[in-house]
Design a protein around this ligand. Structure first.
Ligand SMILES: Nc1nc2c(ncn2[C@@H]2O[C@H](COP(=O)(O)OP(=O)(O)OP(=O)(O)O)[C@@H](O)[C@H]2O)c(=O)[nH]1
Ligand SMILES: [Mg+2]
Ligand SMILES: [Zn+2]
Length: 352
């Protein structure tokens, strides 16, 4: 354990991590956790308190455990340099919004993901499925929270619809206003918790209503379309009670699939199960005879919408995979060219 680690305990440090990371920490370096990243620098929690750190070469992410060297004094604060990122137990990655063929890391070392959806408007089932796929893929455990239950037209209908798209996940109705469901939510949150969902879903309000000392900014939704105003602008890690931590995130505009094949399968287990009993092993579940998936749709066991959603996510994932593979291939070719040029130059120099 780093000396004076009681402060870090509030940020999730424990004996299991200590066993894992102590050997990986260079002598003289300190340990820290990334709370917030902004322009090449970040806020970190270290045993001595909260400080600033300059990022190293690799891109950092909120939730990362890092080793630190330094720090030198700048004005009032001690600034460290990040010397390495410790192995991540989980990474939440979406396909980057910029359309580049790279994934965007949203949060690291997350144990529980709260998929937040406001129950006072139309519940977007497709978005819940997307968030579940990237949560399952990351290795974290999802909890779907239907927020603003106090303002819902019919919370039971919403719960029923969401339960269909979230097999294997806990689905809860909660209200930060009346505190309905908050005890149950608090009980199922474990370790590092990340809250994901669109702007205005009530993510920051929910985080503030959990036991802890959080005072995250919240903002009213727009009148008319009920959309949020993107109040939260950075991903930020804060302590919760009992050594747990929470990462509040800005509202997600889009959630693209990134290397999420297994996550998609786990999101649609009832479809996955049927695929193995289709007559043809390469069945596309469109018009083949004895297609178990189509049969299940026809007799109403599986919703048409759900099958369409499964197909869409798979297609998108395959497309992003292939773009990523093409990028990796191009990088590899470039690297090989450079190496062969270097090798040629060396032979040539030796021959002189
Ligand atoms: N009635 C009701 N309103 C809520 C509840 N939770 C949040 N709200 C309201 O919803 C609005 C948006 O809440 P935020 O917590 O800022 O939403 P957010 O998901 O953090 O939004 P971004 O930071 O923009 O991504 C605020 O006006 C909140 O007061 C709730 O349980 N009940
Ligand atoms: Mg917010
Ligand atoms: Zn089939």
């Amino acid at each position: 354990m780093p000396e004076n680690s009681s402060f870090l305990t509030e940020y999730g440090w424990n004996t299991i991590l200590s066993e894992k990371f102590d050997a990986l920490t260079p002598a003289g370096d300190k340990l820290g956790r990334v709370l917030r990243v902004d322009r090449g620098q970040c806020d970190i929690a270290a045993a001595t308190g909260i400080s600033r750190a300059v990022s190293g070469n690799e891109p950092l992410c909120t939730g990362d455990w890092v080793t630190l060297a330094g720090g030198f004094q700048t004005d009032w604060t001690e600034t460290y340099t990040v010397t390495s990122i410790l192995p991540r137990s989980s990474s939440i990655i979406r396909s980057s919004a910029s359309g580049k063929s790279e994934g965007q890391l949203l949060a690291a070392n997350v144990d529980t993901v709260v998929v937040a959806t406001a129950a006072d408007g139309d519940v977007d089932l497709g978005r819940i499925e997307r968030l579940l796929a990237l949560t399952w893929e990351s290795g974290a455990t999802p909890v779907v929270a239907l927020t603003k239950a106090d303002a819902a037209q019919n919370i039971y209908d919403a719960l029923a619809a969401v339960s269909v798209v979230a097999p294997g996940a806990t689905v809860l109705a909660v209200s930060a206003e009346t505190h309905e469901g908050m005890d149950v939510l608090n009980a199922v949150l474990d370790g590092t918790v990340a809250i994901l969902g669109p702007s205005g879903a009530g993510k920051s309000t929910l985080a503030n209503a959990l036991p802890g000392h959080s005072s995250l900014d919240t903002g009213a939704v727009r009148t008319g379309d009920g959309k949020g105003r993107h109040t939260t602008v950075t991903r930020e890690l804060i302590p919760l009670s009992g050594g747990r931590t929470l990462i509040d995130t800005p509202g997600l505009r889009g959630v693209g699939m990134w290397n999420a094949g297994e996550g998609i399968d786990k999101t649609f287990p009832e479809i996955e199960e049927l695929i193995s009993i289709c007559r043809f092993s390469d069945c596309s579940h469109t018009s083949e005879p004895d297609c178990a998936v189509r049969n299940a749709v026809e007799c109403g066991e599986i919703q048409e919408r759900r099958l369409a959603s499964y197909r869409k996510l798979q297609k998108e994932n395959a497309w992003n995979d292939s773009r990523n593979n093409a990028r990796l291939q191009a990088e590899h070719t470039r690297e090989m060219k450079v190496r062969s040029r270097q090798l040629k130059a060396r032979y040539w120099a030796r021959g002189q």
